[in-house]
Write a protein that binds this ligand. Structure first.
Ligand code: NAP
Length: 301
């Protein structure tokens, strides 16, 4: 990729170097941006220095010279905590690219804070897990002022395969992300429950796989999750604990607009049950391990 003058001059601070933040920072650096990273636990940011990414000695150090600050943190509370801690080091006029999945209420709180500090917020949750993030193949769902798109589009090109601008107002992209997540949850639990039912009915799970393989029912995503369950391989692309957070955002959003989503409610219960059974740090496909522990239920095991 050829570096443009504007990329070389764009100082970008990536705040949060977890599963997603690390490859995002690495790909921005590879594309020629001047990237500085900060992570609450410094040890998680340290490996990036081998790739030539600058490690900030403090949060203030990371953001004070940045033209663009990218947040890739757990949730809205973490984002607000960090932004507040950054205080005056975060100069008015800085473009804040908010990538974390924070939900409808969360992005509203962040937008209010950004407005009060004169930050130019781009709401930019992403689709795609660890693998796509590493390969710069994320899909960026974006909303924010048209004037700022020239600054952030080159960043999005460096981390993703596609940017979908949905509105001029921050918040609309996070709404779309919640919609996408309700679909992802249904797919994941659908596969997990089909396998559990097959096992209980003594149907060969490979027959289930053969029955759907190659047909319109199988997506690459559901295939990956089915293979994960069949191979009992739950190295996380997206953890059950994070899926609980995302499912809560779906359920809360639905409650606020009074739409009945019993599948989303049940999905949240499955993830919580899987976490209670010790699978919180595993991939979301570990929904498979969910057991109904409600006392007296005829199907509790
Ligand atoms: P992760 O690996 O669990 O990393 C979470 C990051 O948030 C870490 O850097 C963590 O810092 C930081 N953090 C948490 N609480 C904090 C706080 N109170 N103050 C400061 N930092 C805090 O998560 P991830 O998978 O990278 O996901 C990051 C965001 O992207 C989440 O909103 C997630 O829903 C979203 N997302 C993830 C995926 C995926 O497949 N992984 C896909 C799409 C969207 P420490 O290292 O110090 O704990």
């Amino acid at each position: 990729m050829t570096m443009t003058t504007s990329q070389a001059n764009t100082e970008v601070a990536v705040i949060g170097t977890g599963t997603m933040g690390s490859p995002i920072a690495r790909n921005l650096h590879k594309a020629g941006f001047e990237v500085t990273v900060w992570n609450r636990s410094a040890a998680k940011a340290a490996p990036l220095s081998a790739d030539g990414v600058a490690l900030a000695s403090s949060l203030a150090d990371a953001v004070s010279n940045a033209r663009v600050v990218v947040t890739v943190l757990k949730d809205a509370d973490a984002v607000l905590e960090v932004l507040q801690a950054a205080g005056k080091s975060l100069r008015p006029g800085t473009v804040l690219v908010q990538i974390s999945t924070v939900g409808v209420d969360g992005i509203a709180r962040i937008a209010e804070f950004a407005k009060s500090q004169g930050l130019r917020l781009i709401d930019a949750p992403v689709q795609g897990t660890k693998g796509p993030a590493e390969k710069a193949q994320l899909v960026i769902l974006a909303s924010g002022a048209e004037d700022d798109r020239g600054v952030v589009d080159p960043l999005f090109d460096a981390i993703g395969q596609k940017t979908l601008w949905v509105a001029d107002e921050p918040g609309e992209a996070s709404k779309l992300k919640v919609v996408v997540n309700s679909f992802i949850s249904a797919l994941t639990h659908g596969i997990a429950e089909a396998v559990r039912l097959a096992e209980a009915l003594e149907v060969d799970v490979e027959d289930f796989q053969r029955a759907i393989l190659g047909g319109p029912l199988v997506s690459p995503f559901s295939s990956i999750k089915l293979n994960a369950i069949m191979n009992q391989q739950f190295t996380p692309s997206f953890t059950v604990d994070n899926a609980i957070k995302d499912s809560q955002l779906v359920v809360e959003a639905a409650e606020n607009v009074k739409v009945w989503l019993p599948v989303a409610d049940a999905g949240l219960k499955r993830y919580r049950a899987a976490a209670a059974a010790g699978h919180g740090g595993e991939d979301m496909a570990a929904s498979y391990f969910a057991e109904n522990t409600v006392a007296g239920s005829h199907y509790a095991s």
